[in-house]
Design a protein around this ligand. Structure first.
Ligand SMILES: Nc1ncnc2c1ncn2[C@@H]1O[C@H](COP(=O)(O)OP(=O)(O)OP(=O)(O)O)[C@@H](O)[C@H]1O
Length: 235
């Protein structure tokens, strides 16, 4: 769906998640990101980063609060509608890239579109792989034959193929050295910009904060500081 620049791309309202039997509660009263904004989420182990991402991606059922993507509400009790919105509006790059090892590079990139109800856009897949400097000679190779760095580029192409409203990245650089990490960040954010995607990027690595205009410090949530919008915590 084409982004409407006049409305928040991503909006959380009164988000609250309580794990049974745990003292930990994730509480985010309000968070808004406009189209194309890049948010860096950092925080100590156990501060709720994965819980937040899993709520956004639908791995966890929303207990309390609202999640809006491009003014579409992800209703917890309407699973089919919610899953279709997520498939169309969210792209993900996780640390474990989740490629299917025996499928070709191209098939891995277009596979996600089968779940979103869109026709597979092979032309855009080729354009993205070219932009990501993955040689055409590798496009028919099984993903398992690629280096980790090449597989990361495939994962970026897959996540951005449908020009998602929101690109979520969870520690995708943790296995990389500093040079490769910086190259990965540049390529990820450039391609996200070209796709018009808003980015939420989770990492322990504070050195990456410089790539982002906005930051959310999960430790401050635990201290009772409530960010009204991400901008309030901008570096
Ligand atoms: N499946 C679960 N069942 C019960 N409690 C959980 C579960 N998953 C997470 N928690 C609790 O929720 C809190 C936040 O965990 P979460 O995994 O979201 O933190 P995190 O910031 O992603 O940590 P890390 O950086 O170590 O991955 C922790 O106290 C954790 O024990």
């Amino acid at each position: 769906m084409a982004a409407d620049l006049n409305i928040p791309a991503v909006e959380l309202k009164n988000l609250r998640h309580q794990w049974p039997g745990q003292a930990f509660t994730l509480e985010i009263p309000a968070l808004q990101l406009a189209t194309g904004q890049h948010l860096f989420v950092r925080g100590a182990s156990g501060s709720g980063k994965t819980t937040l991402l899993n709520l956004l991606c639908g791995v966890l059922t929303l207990q309390q609060g609202e999640i809006w993507l491009q003014q579409q509400r992800l209703q917890p009790n309407k699973a089919a509608v919610r899953d279709r919105i997520r498939a169309r509006e969210i792209g993900v790059v996780f640390q474990q890239l989740n490629l299917i090892p025996y499928l070709s590079v191209l098939d891995n990139v277009v596979l996600g579109q089968a779940f979103s109800g869109k026709a597979a856009d092979e032309a855009r897949a080729r354009d993205l792989l070219t932009a990501l400097q993955l040689p055409a000679s590798l496009w028919q190779a099984p993903a398992a034959q690629l280096s980790v760095g090449q597989q990361q580029r495939v994962a970026i192409a897959r996540a951005l193929l449908g020009k998602p409203t929101l690109l979520i990245a969870d520690e995708p650089t943790s296995a990389l050295d500093a040079d490769n990490r910086d190259a990965f960040m540049r390529v990820l954010l450039k391609e996200a910009n070209d796709a018009g995607s808003t980015v939420i990027f989770v990492s322990h690595d504070q050195a990456l904060a410089r790539y982002f205009g906005f930051q959310l410090d999960m430790n401050r949530l635990q201290d009772g500081v409530t960010p009204v919008i991400a901008e309030a915590l901008c570096c």
